[in-house]
Write a protein that binds this ligand. Sequence first.
Ligand SMILES: Nc1ncnc2c1ncn2[C@@H]1O[C@H](COP(=O)(O)OP(=O)(O)O)[C@@H](O)[C@H]1O
Ligand SMILES: [Mg+2]
Length: 243
Amino acid sequence: MSAPLLKVENLSVNYGHIQASRQVSIEVGEGEFVGIIGSNGAGKSSTLKAVAGVVRPAAGTITMAGKPVHGCGSHEMVRHGVALVPEGRFVFADQSVEDNLILGGYIRAERGGPAALQDDMERMYQLFPRLKERRTQLAGSLSGGEQQMLVIARGLMSRPRLLMIDEVSLGLAPKVLELLFPVLQDLNRQGLAILLVEQIATRALAVTSRAYVMENGSVTQSGPSQQLMRDPSVMEAYLGKQH
Ligand SMILES: Nc1ncnc2c1ncn2[C@@H]1O[C@H](COP(=O)(O)OP(=O)(O)O)[C@@H](O)[C@H]1O
Ligand SMILES: [Mg+2]
């Protein structure tokens, strides 16, 4: 079997005395759609941030397509094919939709010039026609759902091999999610590997093929999503903490 696209082994992230992620080991295969579920504070975001080079892990190893990449900064990780869509839908509010996309595509522009950038932007508009309609509008004037589309599209502009998305559904209406999730599923069917972090376990398990459950900084369970969805211990532990 070939090496997985992403292999994280024994990754630990600390903030001072707080151990956010402890000895986390996860893998994402080429073209796989994988989830990480777990309640608030479980260490999901810290794990993604460490993989994306946004925070420096205290311990552990990370490889992308067999290459060791731990210790790389966030810009280098983008060059290794990793894009993180962080929690919170951060957009450059006082810039247009189009300018937000251009910022996401700067690496592509370095490699392929303005024509490649234009092609990629058109691809994003095909994926998210709403962004095309609003291409000249300021990003700050978009609805929450449209801003989520924009940050995903901005992440895709770097042409990642692995797209990591943190809490895509947070605060969005079910109607908007009915637009967003099928786009992610389409992208995955076209070969993009996706690592999706969600507090809403049922939603993540419905679209991913495999998932990891995190609690208190550690991975406590993993397996096929359909299996986890039927596992009362997963659902009870999860729902227990929700209410
Ligand atoms: N920047 C930070 N500084 C200090 N503690 C943090 C910081 N970010 C997260 N934490 C703590 O680390 C733990 C894991 O957080 P996080 O990775 O955000 O979990 P999740 O994404 O699963 O909600 C929590 O206890 C949280 O309070
Ligand atoms: Mg989080």
